[in-house]
Design a binder for this molecule. Structure first.
Ligand code: IMP
Length: 192
């Protein structure tokens, strides 16, 4: 059985709850790009044992493929960032849960599903820097350059995409769609 078998719906519009989505990145394109990034990281971290840190929930699919494309010793940890609205006009307060390993002196590879405004990564990088890692590298599967509000350094980007809502490859709409192997984009006429 071929590894990169296209699902039957790969060239079709899909419906999730009230919204229609059209294909943007096929499973094959996604897997090819992940293998490229994995190979670059393997070269970059030769002789080291980096710690991948995957931000849950969306990045778990990408992280799972990425560490298997990384052809050397590595460890992986998962964090959940929860945000809630503060009472002031500044908006968001965030907490980090699940980072059990001591990251001081470690080479960190932060894995994100998508950098949209950049808020999540901006906050998390500040959090990590305070804990004395040897180095931090950032990897995101998707980035929406037009949506950027926070300056975040991203070292490896799977794909830059338009500022339109997407699902699949770990990304969800209202809890659904994470298991779709490719990426689908909200149909243009439905953009909000
Ligand atoms: P941020 O705005 O860069 O902080 O992105 C925060 C999070 O919003 C991402 O990690 C995703 O989980 C989610 N997100 C942003 N854009 C999309 C999208 O187009 N589809 C699904 N989730 C998204």
């Amino acid at each position: 059985m071929p590894i990169f078998n296209m699902p039957p719906h790969a060239n079709e519009r899909i419906q999730i709850r009230d919204l229609s989505f059209v294909p943007l990145i096929s499973e094959t394109e996604a897997q090819t790009r992940v293998l490229e990034i994995g190979a670059e990281l393997t070269t970059r971290y030769a002789g080291q044992t980096p710690l991948f840190i995957s931000i849950l929930s969306g990045a778990f699919v990408f992280a799972s493929d990425l560490i298997r494309a990384f052809d050397s010793d590595c460890e992986i940890g998962f964090v959940k960032l929860s945000s809630y609205s503060g009472t002031g006009s500044t908006g968001q307060v965030q907490t980090v849960m699940g980072l059990e390993k001591d990251i001081a002196g470690r080479h960190l590879i932060v894995v994100e599903d998508i950098v949209d405004t950049g808020r999540t990564l901006h906050f998390f990088l500040d959090y990590l820097r305070l804990r004395g890692p040897a180095s931090i590298c950032t990897v995101t599967f998707l980035r929406k350059p037009e949506a950027a509000e926070f300056p975040v350094p991203v070292d490896y980007i799977g794909f830059d995409i338009d500022n339109r809502f997407v699902v699949g490859y770990g990304l969800d709409y209202d809890g659904l769609g994470r298991n779709i192997p490719g990426v689908y984009q909200l149909e243009e006429s439905l953009d909000r």
